[in-house]
Design a protein around this ligand. Structure first.
Ligand SMILES: [Zn+2]
Length: 386
C-alpha cells in the first residue's frame, strides 16, 4: 500500500512519515477510525514506508526488495493477526489468523477499506469472528522470534476489539515490547478496547474521508455516472467501505427490503409478516446484520431530515419512499423503531432463533407504527448523533 493510494489524509500521513524520518516510532500505536475511515490502509502504507530501502520524502518506492514483500503483505517480519471464524477441518479454538492468511491478503489487497462483514464473507462464514487465546499465544511467540531481515519486527493486529479479555495476555508485550518491535493496532471502536491496552498505546486518530476524497477514489475504481457518483458520495458520509459497497449497488436491495418490512409490519397481516420474517431470517447472519445497520442508517438520516431539515444522505429513490413513509412515521416512532432494530442486532449476536425474532419484532414495529406502542420505553438516542 502506498500513501498516495489513499486520497487526502495529509495530516495523518505527515504525522506517520515524521515518525519514520525522525526514527521515533512508538512501540505501540493504535490507529483508531470508524469503519471505512481508512485506518487499515494508512497502517499498511506506514508499514511499507518503514521497511522501504529507497523511500522518497513522501512514500515508499514500490521497487526495492522490501517493497516487493510489504506491498504484497508477505514480508517475513510483518506479522498479521485478525479475527477469524472456525476453519473447516480445524476446531474453533485451534483456528488462528494463519489459517486464513491467504484469504485476508486477497481481500485487503483488493479492498483495504473492507470491513468485518466483508471479511467474514470472504472467509466463507456467517458466524461472528473473534481473536482467540491461541492467537494471543502465537502473537507473543512470533514476536519472540529473531527478525528474518535486518529490519524491525511489526505485529499488526486488525480489529483488536475482537480480543475481549484475551487481550490481557498481550498487555505485557505492549508494556515491555521486545527490542526493535512495533505493535500496530487498527481499531474501529475505541469503546470496545480494553482500557489497559488503550492507555499504553500512542493514538493515531483517523477521521472519515472528505467528499472529494471519496470521489477521487471511486473515480479510480469504477466508472460511474455523475448522478450515481453524487448519490454515493452523499450516502456514504465519508465511509469509504460503504462507498465501495454502494458501487456494487448492494444497498438498493436493502432499501426495498426495509420498506417492505415497514409496510408489511404496518399492515399487520400475519401471513405476510411471517413470510417476510422467514425471508429475512434465511439470509446469513452477516447479511441480516448488514441489513439492520442499513436500517439504522436510513432511520437516522430520516430522523435528522425531519428534525433539522438537512438534506439526508439518501438515494433519490429512498428520499421518494421517505416522503411516502412520513405519512405514518414521526420522529418519535422512528426512534422507537431504531431501538427495535438495535435490539435485533443484539439478539442476532446472541444467536436468537431468527425466524421467531423477526416475526416478534415485526409485530412490535407494527404496533409502533399504528400508535399502539406509545409507551415503548427504550428509544434510540438519535439526538446525540445529529
Ligand atoms: Zn521500497
Amino acid at each position: 500500500m502506498f500513501f498516495e493510494d489513499i486520497p487526502s489524509k495529509q495530516t495523518e500521513k505527515d504525522f506517520l512519515r515524521h515518525q519514520v524520518k525522525e526514527a521515533r516510532i512508538p512501540h505501540a500505536q493504535l490507529f483508531l477510525g470508524q469503519e471505512g475511515s481508512g485506518a487499515l490502509a494508512l497502517a499498511l502504507a506506514f508499514v511499507s514506508y518503514i521497511y522501504c530501502e529507497d523511500k522518497t520524502p513522501t512514500d515508499s518506492c514500490g521497487k526495492c526488495k522490501a517493497c516487493n514483500l510489504t506491498h504484497r503483505l508477505i514480508h517475513p517480519d510483518l506479522h498479521l493477526a485478525f479475527p477469524v471464524i472456525k476453519k473447516d477441518g480445524l476446531k474453533r479454538e485451534e483456528t488462528t489468523s494463519d489459517a486464513f492468511i491467504q484469504e485476508w491478503r486477497k481481500l485487503i489487497l483488493e479492498n483495504p477499506y473492507a470491513n468485518v462483514f466483508d471479511w467474514t464473507i470472504a472467509m466463507g462464514g456467517d458466524s461472528k469472528p473473534n481473536i482467540n487465546t491461541r492467537e494471543c499465544n502465537e502473537i507473543i511467540q512470533k514476536l519472540g522470534l529473531q527478525s528474518f531481515t535486518d529490519g524491525p519486527k511489526i505485529m499488526l493486529i486488525w480489529l483488536p476489539e475482537f480480543l475481549g479479555k484475551e487481550g490481557n495476555r498481550l498487555l505485557k508485550l505492549i508494556e515491555e515490547p521486545t527490542p526493535d518491535t512495533y505493535i500496530i493496532l487498527v481499531s474501529e471502536d475505541q469503546n470496545k478496547i480494553l482500557p489497559t491496552i488503550l492507555s499504553r498505546c500512542q493514538l493515531v486518530k483517523v477521521p472519515f474521508f472528505e467528499d472529494h476524497a471519496v470521489k477521487a477514489l471511486l473515480e479510480k475504481r469504477s466508472a460511474l455516472s455523475p448522478t450515481t457518483m453524487d448519490e454515493i458520495i452523499r450516502l456514504s458520509g465519508g465511509n469509504m467501505s460503504k462507498a465501495i459497497r454502494l458501487t456494487k449497488s448492494d444497498d438498493n436491495s436493502f432499501s426495498d427490503l426495509l420498506l417492505s418490512w415497514l409496510r408489511t409490519s404496518y399492515k399487520g397481516d400475519a401471513i405476510e409478516m411471517s413470510k417476510l420474517a422467514n425471508e429475512i431470517a434465511s439470509m446469513s447472519v452477516d447479511r441480516q446484520q448488514q441489513f439492520c445497520e442499513y436500517g439504522l442508517h436510513y432511520l437516522r438520516e430520516f430522523f435528522s431530515w425531519m428534525v433539522t431539515g438537512i438534506t439526508p444522505k439518501m438515494s433519490n429513490t429512498e428520499i421518494e419512499s421517505s416522503k411516502k413513509l412520513s405519512a405514518i412515521v414521526d420522529a418519535e416512532k422512528m426512534s422507537a423503531i431504531a431501538a427495535v432494530v438495535q435490539e435485533i442486532i443484539y439478539a442476532i449476536n446472541r444467536n436468537a432463533n431468527q425466524k421467531v425474532l423477526w416475526m416478534a419484532q415485526s409485530i412490535t414495529v407494527g404496533d409502533i407504527l399504528r400508535n399502539k406502542a406509545n409507551n415503548y420505553v427504550e428509544k434510540f438516542n438519535f439526538a446525540n448523533q445529529i
